[in-house]
Design a protein around this ligand. Structure first.
Ligand SMILES: C[S@@+](CC[C@H](N)C(=O)[O-])C[C@H]1O[C@@H](n2cnc3c(N)ncnc32)[C@H](O)[C@@H]1O
Length: 285
């Protein structure tokens, strides 16, 4: 038996390679990738270090490690990410949904009662936000918009897999284009990174998240301006706009919405203490 075929040896070698490639969580990533490549559980990896792993699984694991050494995120290698407790498929066409975005879900569920609601999700990507809200509130329904047709295909697959496809329509468009109804809730996690800062992000983000999902124009606020202007015409009386914002953007985004006649009716910080989600309603209700 060659030593390099055992769980312990594979993990040790992979950890070293990842560490040398400046991957921060080298031990965790090596373990997650070995679990995925081998089909073995976390417990098996710990309790059976001398177990020999099959050749085809080793080869798959080594391909995964090479990809991670190139700074491809583990979630992208696995093609799946957990969001609000549910598995979401991801592809190169969609933003890898972030834990921070769960703040929008929590704020929305706090603000809105459980009556049937009609939701518009602008820039749906993987569908993480709207699919989660519809799964949490089976009587709600909605429309998922994205400028990327490839992203909408992933959102559709997630809606199907998570059993809410009947509650959701899909619309390939620029923000509100060709939308012909009003909503109880407009929700969005739009691109909000100032354009030049995209090139300063980690390689994991810069090289693997689609830039159309990241860049919010010169100052990062372009999408908020478009959404604030459009929301005036697409919100039912008493309706909410709930948005994710970048760290430090709260004052600017509030001003953009105040200028269109909205008032702030809720906000929530992420686990890092940054105001991450803002909720607005019309001021003249
Ligand atoms: C930051 S990602 C958010 C994805 C997903 N909602 C999430 O929270 O994980 C922004 C999304 O907006 C889409 N997008 C960018 N510009 C757009 C536009 N002008 N109209 C519609 N969608 C747009 C991108 O394709 C991307 O899917």
């Amino acid at each position: 038996m060659k030593k390099a075929e055992t769980i312990a040896a594979l993990l040790q070698e992979a950890r070293k390679s990842l560490f040398n490639a400046d991957i921060e969580l080298s031990a965790l990533d090596a373990r997650l990738l070995l679990q995925a490549a081998s089909g073995l559980t976390h417990e098996q990896l710990i309790s059976e270090p001398d177990m020999v792993v099959a050749v085809d699984k080793i080869s798959k694991f080594k391909t995964f490690i090479d990809r991670r050494m190139n700074h491809e995120p583990v979630t992208r290698i696995l093609g799946e990410r957990e969001f609000y407790g549910r598995p979401f498929q991801v592809s190169p066409a969609v933003l890898d949904p972030r834990a921070d975005t769960e703040t929008i879900i929590e704020l929305t569920l706090q603000l809105m009662n459980v009556e049937p609601k009609r939701i518009l999700d602008l820039g749906t990507g993987s569908g993480a936000i709207v699919v989660t809200l519809l799964a949490e509130r089976p009587k709600w329904s909605g429309v998922a918009v994205d400028i990327s047709a490839e992203a909408l295909e992933i959102a559709k697959a997630n809606a199907q897999a998570l059993g809410i496809a009947d509650q959701l329509e899909f619309h390939n468009a620029v923000w509100f284009n060709d939308i012909a109804e009003k909503f109880d809730l407009i929700v969005s996690n739009p691109p909000y990174i100032p354009h030049l800062e995209v090139f300063e992000l980690s390689l994991e983000v810069q090289n693997y998240d689609p830039h159309i999902a990241l860049s919010g124009g010169d100052d990062g606020l372009e999408a908020y301006r478009a959404i604030a202007v459009g929301a005036v015409n697409y919100l039912k009386p008493g309706g909410f706009v709930v948005l994710e914002i970048g760290a430090g953007q709260s004052a600017d985004v509030r001003q953009i919405f105040f200028a269109q006649g909205f008032q702030l009716t809720g906000q929530k910080s992420d686990l890092g203490g940054h105001i991450r989600a803002l909720a607005f309603q019309f001021a003249n209700l």
